[in-house]
Design a protein around this ligand. Structure first.
Ligand code: FAD
Length: 558
């Protein structure tokens, strides 16, 4: 019998980071792990700062998981003659397209214009040409469309009452917004950032040495104190509240606009965004999402960031889409697979309230610095503009006296070409794509590369060692066994929702009841959380009802 000492199980990355948060002193503490906090942490860590990042929920669990998944150059701001903003956004979009060719992809926007619309289609098409030019002709050329072209190329579009349309290019996030944000968090971790989700900042005070932040680990209630020279408030729609609590006043503040999307089975086989002008005159999109279609969005002014989809919101989206598409039968609530809902934190100056031109209020960002106190707040912003935010934060942090040892170091982008070539070479040699499941929306090799970059080489090794690692666990999803191992080891999954909704997009494209009924769900939970946690994690996610309220109501189920 072996009587030696047993080695205790290795702590998780998150457990280790929780200890480090309390034990170390940081150059910068970033509050909030949405896109703005994630790029701030990734840029600063890559350039050599000692950075900590906390979020009171999961990373990207607020606004940054509710977007339209578009990285766009802001064509609509041409209507308000904000050419400078469009130029900046187009450049940011092009940089994303160059840096993330497998994640941020060009896509065509197939736009229909109704007769009598406030601008005629020729004027809009000229606008699209100007947009293309402002975008340095980086994308494919716009096309003018007649109503007949539209009927021929996209028969699903209702053409009665149409003047015609035009087609232009922008970009979209192939996976989804939350996964995109996670990529920056992971990259920050790779450069030594001490990050942890489910850690809430309770209040920060300035001392002679810097900032002292009282925080609470949300799942256990454990309190900790984090010290840093500078503090970045990237709390999105909660940024004003966090500043007010810490006694900080700023030149900017947020107002909120609520937007919702619904996801339904795929409406058209062509991978393009169908674009309409909704009844309220706003752009309205039908966007491909894996094998499904995402429809939205709305724009309603609200006072608070906590929002949910109301029956009126749902009705607005369903009514607008049913009017504009020629469907075999109108879409109803029972067709909805999942819903998304959030507020856009829109930046305004001082006591301005966004004025009467609410929908024209542009989506700029502002980096607001309190230099004497070493505090920076990020207001507004877009996923599309995130690389600019990262650069601006680095410049501000240096201005506030924190040395960045590698101030010019590249902090974003996919791994270099030789790594990519090696990965695809190995994937071909082992015939990885033959293991792609029949219902998958793309080849396995492309998907693993996009999601894991250089780490995907390790996944190939796992599949070579044990071919069962390439089996899909949660039936009807595309995720294979070794990806769950990867998520458990490297992706800080605390709750089942973190994996289903943000590290993957399973919860967006598979109905909740189907996930609940999937025989593989328990194995997936076992890999993510350990055998003893399976039931608790499933109960936490599904609660008592597997079917969401809108579908229960729509189907008459109790
Ligand atoms: C309907 C809709 C559609 C959109 N479409 C697009 C689009 O297509 N393209 C695009 O580029 N942009 C789009 N946007 C805008 C974009 O999503 C947001 O501007 C962006 O996600 C905001 O990111 P953020 O990091 O500022 O905020 P958030 O993502 O909200 O992150 C803030 C984080 O701070 C955390 N936090 C709050 N308080 C605390 C605390 N006390 N301690 C610790 N953490 C805290 C929160 O948990 C949260 O995770 C859209 C937005 C909406 C709502």
């Amino acid at each position: 019998m072996y009587l030696g000492r047993m080695t205790p199980p290795a702590p998780s990355l998150r457990d280790t980071n929780l200890d480090k948060l309390a034990a170390l002193r940081f150059d910068v503490l970033v509050l909030g792990g949405g896109i703005n906090g994630a790029v701030s942490a990734a840029a600063l860590a890559a350039r050599g700062a000692k950075v900590a990042l906390i979020d009171r929920g999961d990373f990207a669990s607020v606004t940054s998981q509710q977007s339209s998944n578009l990285a766009w150059g802001g064509i609509k701001y041409l209507e308000t003659y904000e050419v400078g903003l469009v130029l900046k956004l187009c450049r940011a979009r092009n940089r994303l397209l160059r840096a993330y060719p497998s994640t941020v992809k060009e896509i065509r926007f197939f736009t229909s214009v109704a007769r009598g619309f406030r601008h005629n289609r020729l004027k809009l098409w000229l606008g699209a040409l100007l947009y293309w030019a402002i975008g340095a002709f980086y994308t494919r050329r716009p096309r003018l469309l007649s109503a007949r072209d539209i009927a021929f190329e996209e028969p699903i579009v209702e053409t009665s009452g149409l003047a015609g349309g035009f087609e232009y290019s922008d970009a979209y996030l192939y996976d989804n917004d939350a996964r995109f944000v996670w990529g920056f968090v992971r990259s920050a971790l790779d450069h030594g950032c001490v990050a942890a989700n489910y850690v809430e900042a309770l209040g920060s005070g300035r001392t002679k040495e810097g900032w002292v932040t009282r925080a609470r680990e949300v799942t256990t209630g454990r309190e900790l104190t984090i010290t840093s020279s500078l503090l970045i408030n990237a709390c999105g729609p909660y940024a004003d509240e966090v500043n007010a609590r810490d006694g900080i006043s700023t030149a900017h503040r947020h107002v909120f606009s609520k937007g919702i999307h619904i996801i339904v089975d795929r409406l058209t086989p062509r991978r393009r965004v169908l674009t309409f002008f909704a009844d309220d005159g706003r752009l309205f999109f039908v966007i491909p999402m894996a094998g499904k279609t995402c429809i939205g969005t709305t724009d309603t002014r609200v006072e608070r960031p906590e929002v949910e989809v109301t029956p009126e919101d749902r009705e607005f989206v369903l009514e607008n889409i049913n009017k504009r598409l020629r469907l075999p039968r109108p879409l109803t609530g029972s067709d909805i697979i999942a819903e998304r809902c959030g507020v856009r934190p829109l930046v305004v100056s001082g006591s301005a309230n966004g004025g009467r031109d609410w929908m024209q209020l542009s989506r700029k960002h502002a980096v607001d610095t309190d230099a004497p106190r070493g505090r920076i707040t990020v207001f507004g912003g877009k996923l599309s503009d995130c690389l600019n935010v990262g650069e601006e934060i680095c410049a501000e942090v240096r201005r506030l006296g924190v040395e960045l040892p590698q101030p010019k170091r590249a902090w974003y982008g996919e791994p270099p070409k030789p790594v990519r070539e090696e990965y695809f070479h190995q994937a071909r040699l082992m015939d990885l794509d033959a293991l792609t499941t029949p219902h998958a929306s793309e080849k396995l090799s492309s998907r693993l590369w996009r999601r894991y970059g250089a780490e995907a080489l390790g996944l190939l090794e796992a599949v070579r060692r044990d071919p069962r690692q390439a089996e899909v666990i949660i039936e009807t999803s595309e995720y294979i066994r070794c990806e769950l191992d990867e998520a458990a080891r490297r992706e800080m999954v605390v709750k089942l929702e973190d994996f289903l909704r943000r590290r993957s997009k399973i919860a967006l494209v598979v109905r909740k009841e189907e996930i609940h009924a999937a025989p593989g769900l328990r194995e997936a939970c076992g890999i993510l959380f350990g055998e003893e946690q399976i039931e608790a994690k499933i109960a936490e996610y599904f609660g008592s009802a597997a079917a969401p309220a809108w579908r229960q109501a729509a189907s008459g189920a109790v």
